[in-house]
Design a protein. Structure first.
Lengths: 309, 275
């Protein structure tokens, strides 16, 4: 009885030409949880956000259509531009060192024979710890009067810095935390990529008399390109959404000179502290545009590189 | 021979140095949690373990509803993980092994949803929660995240590569219905992939911060991350106590990871290389 309903893929292509759509109900039922949840908690609110972006609303009084006012205000809002700049600067300050260090560690880890599992587990742990707890930890070591970083500077005879009280200090503290958290994860991704490179390529290079550096740039790096791009894409998506680190380390204000204010923190403030929902919706749409833009750039790199192989 | 040994030593020295850097925050957190705030304020700072851990724990428990928050977090993380594992694997199995009208269109929609940032839905989401009466309730954290596109995509890859069509056909001929095949054939063979998705979801749920901060409006009924952030904001100068709270919030996660570490790392890195 069930055999007439359940059709494995291999057979469906040849047999079962005319079946009514309701005879597939089991499959649709199996898929329904995601799509129902997405419709209610994803699609519907997103469409409302688009409408809301053209309205003014504080959550209490009636909504008022204001046309493009929110967007007009947004492009003239210096805090918005600052938050965009901060987000991109933080993204670069954290992603570049993260990926370079990860590649370095992965190459070393690959040539290590013993204890590799200990290293792998220890390197991964920063990625699975409580973000808030770690943000508190990093703000403590960067604190002015009793932070470990300043204690180290003082013992070297260098004057202490007000790390979390000045714009660059804030960015350095936040990106240090992001680097610490993500180097290990990316190291293991690169390591898996390195181990997938065929051994005979290295042997051929050895026969040709290529040195270690030459081999790295001629074989390792080109072979690793897809994996590198994967890590760039993942870092981009994560980097554009930075919120917890600055929110815990310097607070909702974004700290001195608002230099820890990221776009998502800016959005959070407009929506849930100022209750300026229409404006927040406009910010949310601009974050979406930003994600699309960066995804398009990544996609282009992917396609462009894919063709010449 | 000695040259090789020297190189090996240098290699491990560098790797151990990196390991120490990665482990340092945990060690330093334990150090701070076992001393008084005055010890930490000193210059040069105290670098040995002290005997104030119990006292610090007592203060944390006094200042925040720690166990209540921990219980809330466990409830949210465990139920989200179980629901995600069930719904995602069921949908993934369907996508991977069966054909039906609209399959490709539905899958493209699924992939497209992964591009949508969470902020895009957050404001109206809150209104929806208010309408449902879920503001302040843990349901607001569990239900919207009970199935997700990433997990379905991930598990589908796994089912495509690891379960043969003949196996599904054989189960069908044996009289297993669609759900029977899923339960008896697909699920047992997907254990490594389920382990990865499970930990991934658990850690993500445990660490979720922005949405709980928004939707859990009663300060006595929050998750661990929100409680910790409140503790930091209101008692920020009392470092040894705040770091004790941070330590207490981290430990369960590290334990869960330590148990499943190998399977998790295998799952996490394999997907990246294959994809």
């Amino acid at each position: 009885m069930t055999a007439t309903v359940t059709v494995p893929a291999a057979r469906a292509t040849t047999a079962a030409p005319k079946r009514r759509i309701w005879s597939y109900w089991r499959f649709y039922l199996a898929l329904s949880p995601f799509y129902v949840l997405f419709a209610v908690f994803g699609l519907y609110p997103m469409l409302s956000t688009i409408v809301l972006a053209f309205q003014r609303w504080d959550g209490l009084s009636a909504r008022r259509f204001t046309g493009l006012d929110n967007f007009a205000f947004l492009v003239k809002d210096p805090t918005f531009w600052q938050s965009l700049e901060n987000t991109v600067v933080l993204f670069l300050m954290s992603t570049v060192p993260t990926l370079v260090l990860a590649l370095l560690l992965a190459v070393m880890l690959q040539s290590a024979v013993r204890f590799t599992n200990v290293y792998r587990i220890a390197y991964f742990i920063p990625n699975v710890t409580s973000l808030v707890a770690m943000a508190i930890f990093f703000s403590s070591i960067f604190s002015t009067n009793f932070g470990l970083v300043n204690a180290a500077l003082r013992s070297l005879g260098i004057p202490q810095q007000d790390w979390l009280g000045q714009p660059w200090g804030i960015k350095i503290a936040i990106s240090t935390m992001i680097v610490w958290q993500w180097v290990g994860y990316n190291t293991l991704i690169y390591l898996a990529g390195l181990q997938a490179i065929p051994k005979d390529q290295y042997e051929a290079a050895k026969v040709d008399g290529a040195g270690a550096v030459r081999t790295f740039f001629a074989i390792t790096l080109p072979q690793l390109r897809p994996v590198v791009l994967f890590t760039v894409v993942m870092s981009t998506i994560g980097g554009l959404q930075t919120f917890t680190e600055p929110q815990v380390m310097v607070g909702n204000s974004g700290g001195t000179g608002q230099s820890g204010m990221t776009v998502v923190l800016f959005f959070y403030r407009a929506a849930f502290l100022d209750n300026d929902y229409g404006y927040a919706a406009a910010i949310a749409l601009s974050i979406f545009a930003l994600v699309l833009l960066f995804t398009a750039i990544n996609w282009r790199i992917f396609r462009g590189r894919g063709e010449d192989r | 021979m000695t040259r090789y040994r020297l190189r090996g030593l240098a290699l491990h020295a560098a790797l151990v140095l990196a390991l120490l850097v990665f482990m340092f925050p945990f060690v330093w957190t334990i150090l701070m949690a076992s001393n008084t705030t005055a010890d930490i304020y000193r210059f040069p700072p105290k670098l040995t373990f002290g005997g104030h851990f119990g006292e610090n724990v007592r203060q944390v428990l006094e200042n925040v509803a720690f166990f209540q928050s921990m219980a809330n977090t466990v409830v949210v993380a465990v139920s989200t993980t179980l629901l995600v594992l069930f719904f995602d694997s069921l949908a993934a199995f369907t996508f991977a092994k069966f054909r039906f009208p609209g399959r490709n269109a539905l899958f493209v929609i699924l992939l497209a949803t992964m591009l949508l940032p969470a902020q895009l839905a957050a404001v109206p989401q809150f209104q929806t929660m208010a309408l449902l009466g879920w503001v302040g309730s843990l349901k607001a954290l569990i239900i919207p995240g009970a199935a997700n596109a990433f997990g379905i995509f991930w598990m589908r890859q796994y089912f495509q590569n690891s379960i043969h069509n003949e196996l599904v056909e054989a189960a069908t001929l044996d009289g297993c219905g669609f759900f029977g095949t899923y339960w008896h054939v697909a699920l047992p063979s997907a254990r490594p992939a389920l382990a990865f998705l499970g930990i991934f979801t658990f850690v993500g749920s445990w660490n979720d911060y922005m949405w709980p901060l928004i939707v859990l409006t009663n300060p006595d009924h929050v998750t661990l991350q929100v409680a910790l952030s409140t503790l930091n904001r209101s008692h920020g100068v009392d470092y040894s106590m705040v770091m004790t709270g941070a330590l207490m919030a981290m430990v369960p996660l590290v334990i869960v990871f330590a148990i499943f570490a190998r399977q998790f790392i295998k799952g996490a890195t394999e997907g990246a290389v294959r994809g």
